[in-house]
Design a protein around this ligand. Structure first.
Ligand code: SRM
Ligand code: SF4
Length: 555
């Protein structure tokens, strides 16, 4: 591609001196709370986004003040795992340096919001002391590798889960910029040590997401990722992975060239080094063939569709020097979190509380943040984050269960989790306002209140125990994966949402737009009618998503 066609971000990456840019100087500039646009693009590769408080834009503009800038930081947690002492560290960092709210994301990690410029370095230092980092959790690079979260669902979960860390390590950038800028490491004398055969100096054309699913539970929505690995287990042994490529859920309103796409399974590779080789090869194909001029069309899904699946598979085979076998059979039956207490094959206990939209704070409903701190302080539970924005208190010995149960009871977590309705427990909302610069409408600040109005409609038709997967995002980027929900709301303008219907329970079918630009009153009227129809016309054991798909979209 000629240099003239390269997007601005491509130029910034190449001229960045290994993602350093002028971030260091920008941090020292006390005149503004912001950093330059070029550095903002580079900062993402270090796991941070510059944002501003959108609620206060008008007020600040009136007073002729600059926007109220702050930064969001996202941790790299392959497979979403933290030891209790690491949770305690995150708890304190959040309290001291950010808004205090800890957000569990849809990719099994944690975000802190509202860090002012001078707090970034202390935050990263404190994380580093807890053996945590935020490298490559944003930017045109491999992101946090996610893995099915529930250890009790397979006796070989640990073996499969370990791939998340291995893949994350394999796909890390080689530049030492993160350590130099944030942790005061001496600049390397020999630049050769930074040579990066995978990313070179241009990185990937766009973000790149990898997920590992363990059938039968598709709790991480494996097909929504650029690269999905579906674990194939035969006789309790991990044989390898079916590889699925080209998933991606974002669209842009009014741009018909963009679309959501589920990943296509191209074949099976045996477990072990060959799996890692295949992953690496797929990333290099995207590096070499991805679109570097139009960022809207730069994800792997567009590369796959431009060249075709046959070409893509052959190119992987050529790069790994091995034929990919035909896919092995697998079946997803669900994609949920197992709330309450569960036991695994070794007799270890797991408790999953309901964390609404992944927001961990002490509010009038429940002191979730204090409760989780108290659990962590026992040192007896690991923390595992789920793709549904929850946390699992994990690997608890039988002898410690009663003490942890008491903490959960005393803080009201048992009650909170038991009392939350089925629909609420199946809900996801993205961050949206007030921090997300791309939000067109509210999501996590509004969805709980909308669910409160949806619950009586379900009760009215006796549907309160139906497992209906419902999700909302504040814009069509799809961070809460609304396009694979049974009921999806996608923000179009303030207070307005497209209503999507017809996704399945297992995350293997995209939904479709049913009605556009609805306000709350219209949403509730539509749902009332839909629930009535479902009650009257559903087939035996038919899920809501399958019903609406059959009723409205099947020709
Ligand atoms: Fe996302 C951008 C939040 C999962 C698709 N996403 C953003 C930003 C960073 C806005 C921005 O670019 O400035 C949002 C920050 C809001 C804030 O204030 O915190 C944001 N995305 C999130 C999170 C926190 C949503 C949540 O509430 O949990 C999730 C963090 C994941 C993580 O830990 O890494 C999050 N984002 C997703 C997912 C779901 C997934 O990966 O399973 C998607 C859809 C899947 C996909 O990638 O196709 C997603 N986010 C996007 C996109 C559209 C990408 C595209 O292909 O066009 C953007 C915009 C962009 O990249 O230009 C975006
Ligand atoms: Fe922001 Fe849109 Fe993602 Fe929601 S879906 S967090 S509004 S980019």
């Amino acid at each position: 591609m000629s240099d003239n066609n390269l997007s601005q971000v491509e130029r910034i990456k190449m001229a960045s001196d290994g993602l350093r840019g002028t971030i260091k100087q920008g941090l020292e500039d006390e005149i503004t709370g912001a950093i330059s646009e070029e550095d903002q693009a580079l900062l993402k590769f270090h796991g941070m986004y510059q944002q501003d408080d959108r609620d206060r834009r008008d007020e600040r503009a009136e007073k002729k003040l600059e926007r109220l800038y702050s930064f969001m930081i996202r941790l790299r947690l392959p497979g979403g795992f933290l030891k209790p002492e690491q949770w305690i560290a995150v708890h304190h960092v959040a309290g001291e340096n950010s808004t205090g709210v800890i957000k569990i994301t849809t990719r099994q990690t944690l975000q802190l919001h509202g860090l002012i410029k001078s707090k970034i370095k202390p935050t990263i230092k404190a994380f580093s002391e807890a053996h945590l980092d935020s490298i490559a959790t944003c930017g045109d690079i491999n992101r946090n590798v996610i893995c099915a979260a529930h250890p009790m669902q397979s006796p070989i979960h640990t073996e499969i889960h370990a791939y998340a860390a291995r893949i994350s390590e394999l796909m890390m950038p080689k530049t030492r910029a993160y350590y130099e800028i944030w942790l005061d490491e001496e600049k390397l004398a020999d630049k050769k040590d930074e040579e990066d055969p995978l990313y070179q100096n241009r990185y990937l054309p766009r973000k790149f997401k990898i997920a590992i699913g363990i059938p039968p539970n598709n709790d991480i929505d494996v097909l929504g990722n650029d690269l999905g690995l579906i674990a194939i287990i035969e006789n309790n042994e991990l044989k390898g992975f079916n590889i699925a490529v080209g998933g991606g859920l974002s669209t842009t309103h009014g741009n018909p060239a963009t679309y959501a796409r589920l990943a296509s399974v191209i074949g099976f590779v045996p477990a072990g080094d060959i799996t890692l080789k295949a992953i690496y090869a797929i990333a290099t194909i995207q590096r070499d063939f991805g679109n570097r001029s139009d960022r809207k069309l730069a994800r792997l899904k567009y590369t796959v569709d431009r060249h075709g699946l046959v070409w893509f598979k052959e190119e992987v085979e050529r790069r790994i020097g091995l034929a990919i076998e035909k896919p092995r059979p697998y079946q997803f039956t669900d994609r949920k979190d197992y709330y309450g207490w569960q036991k695994n094959h070794e007799g270890l206990w797991y408790y999953t509380p309901f964390v609404e939209n992944g927001r961990i704070l002490d509010d009038e409903k429940v002191p979730m943040k204090s409760a989780l701190l108290a659990v962590a302080q026992t040192g007896k539970a690991n923390f595992r984050f789920t793709g549904n924005q929850n946390v699992i208190l994990a690997e608890i010995n039988e002898k410690d269960k009663a003490a942890i149960n008491k903490i959960l009871r005393d803080f009201g977590i048992l009650d909170h989790t038991e009392k939350a309705s089925t629909i609420r427990k199946n809900s996801i909302a993205c961050v949206a306002l007030n921090t997300c610069p791309l939000a067109l409408a509210e999501a996590q600040r509004y969805f709980p209140a909308l669910i409160t109005k949806i619950e009586p409609l379900l009760n009215k038709y006796g549907l309160q125990n139906e497992d209906i997967i419902i999700r909302m995002t504040g814009c069509p980027n799809g961070c809460g994966r609304p396009y694979i929900a049974e009921i999806g709301f996608v923000g179009t303008a303030y207070g307005h949402y497209n209503l999507h219907l017809g996704g399945d329970h297992e995350g293997t079918r995209l939904n479709k737009i049913y009605k556009e630009n609805l306000e709350e009153k219209a949403i509730l009227e539509e749902l009332d009618g839909l629930f009535r129809l479902f009650k009257e016309e559903r087939a035996a054991n038919e899920n809501f998503g399958d019903f609406t798909y059959r009723k409205f979209f099947q020709s």
